[in-house]
Ligand binder design. Structure first.
Ligand SMILES: [Zn+2]
Ligand SMILES: [Zn+2]
Length: 132
């Protein structure tokens, strides 16, 4: 398979699931909501959104509330929203790091841990953004 230079690769810890994204994301954000906290097992979830046309994936996933994870190793991967033509990818599922993507929006900041500071230049929303 020929991989274009502007492609980002990602996958789960065990390697059963691999995916690729072509080009820059439409949106990058950080969410502090309780669902994201529980689902990731962390205190916030960093994500980026691409058009589904830029996304290819291989390997078996399972889904909880529209969020895909690897059934073998449990890695949280992405949320596919075909009706909106978008895929929201968890930045930690991208290979290597840092990925260089900087959030431009921060959601549910009322649940942000006191030791985390607001991301400079990122829009701050107490809960979901009004247009969501
Ligand atoms: Zn896995
Ligand atoms: Zn959230």
């Amino acid at each position: 398979m020929r991989i274009p230079p502007n492609t980002r690769l990602g996958g789960c810890s065990c390697g059963s699931v691999r995916f690729a994204l072509i080009g820059p994301p439409q949106k990058v954000g950080l969410c502090h909501c309780t669902t994201c906290r529980k689902e990731t097992g962390s205190v916030a979830m960093a994500y980026a959104v691409w058009d589904t046309a830029a996304f290819t994936t291989g390997g078996e996933t399972r889904t909880w509330e529209g969020r895909d994870f690897c059934p073998r190793c449990g890695t949280r991967l992405y949320a596919l929203r075909p009706e909106e033509h978008e895929v929201e990818v968890k930045l930690g599922a991208l290979d290597g790091g840092p990925c260089g993507l900087v959030p431009t929006e921060e959601l549910w900041i009322k649940r942000r841990e006191a030791w985390m500071t607001p991301i400079e230049g990122a829009a701050q929303y107490p809960e979901d953004p009004p247009n969501a």
